[in-house]
Design a binder for this molecule. Structure first.
Ligand SMILES: [Zn+2]
Length: 231
């Protein structure tokens, strides 16, 4: 099935078609171009150069720096999610994290409060399906795929799907200038939270000062750790 999608994606290039009857009627030049394209897919696929996601029935290529960073871990069961107390969420929104991450976040937010720093979660667990809905909605509003993936993780690539990542309020560039950010930089790791997309990271992700991911008390550097990866 995936192979068919890959084939269809390339055949959508202007001048080529996707229907079987069109394939049968190609002239030599087109056939050559087609087989070259297929060979490239096959060759590059082995190197994991091409990755695709499906949104609203359309197939989109996953660009760098996301490529090769699809999250394979199983998302949590709904029973493994736990609500963050609304005193620690922006606008008292109901947000959820995987329970260990949630408990660690609450411990951290309580400690921060003692230091007069009020951490407010702005986003927590988001399913892959929901991430797809976000993309679909924004693209219907006229945003392009290429533009969105510069700032938003493609469905299946977001740490939010595992319920371990939390976005702090305000989840934009202003967060880097807050006391909350300064406090997190000094104390986040004591509670198992690290900044996934730090300033000037090696992988080339835009800086997301508001996005913190729970890695527990593991001293091991995660396999897909962005800061340690040389691209
Ligand atoms: Zn985030």
């Amino acid at each position: 099935m995936l192979r068919y999608y890959l084939l269809c994606f390339f055949l959508l290039i202007p001048g080529l078609g996707c229907a079987q009857r069109d394939l049968d009627n190609y002239d030599d030049a087109k056939s050559t171009r087609q087989s070259v394209a297929i060979e490239q897919i096959a060759a590059e696929k082995g190197k994991k150069k091409y990755e695709f996601v499906e949104i609203g029935g359309e197939i989109y290529p996953v660009p760098q720096p996301w490529r090769g960073r699809k999250i394979d871990d199983d998302p949590p069961e709904l029973s493994e999610l736990k609500q963050i107390p609304i005193t620690f969420t922006y606008n008292q929104t109901k947000l959820y994290l995987e329970k260990n991450a949630r408990d660690a976040f609450v411990r951290m937010a309580e400690q921060a409060l003692e230091d007069d720093v009020h951490l407010l979660a702005h986003s927590g667990y988001r399913s892959v399906r929901y991430q797809r809905v976000i993309f679909n909605k924004l693209m219907k509003q006229g945003r392009t795929w290429e533009d969105l993936v510069r700032y938003v993780a493609p469905p299946g690539y977001s740490e939010h799907m595992l319920g371990r990542a939390v976005d702090l309020y305000p989840s934009n560039w202003k967060f880097a200038e807050t006391n909350e950010f300064k406090w997190l930089q000094e104390n986040g790791s004591r509670f198992g939270f690290i900044e996934t997309y730090p300033e000037k990271n090696d992988a080339g992700f835009p800086w997301e000062s508001w996005h913190w991911n729970y890695i527990g008390d593991s001293q091991d550097v995660p396999e897909n750790d962005i800061t340690s990866k040389q691209e």
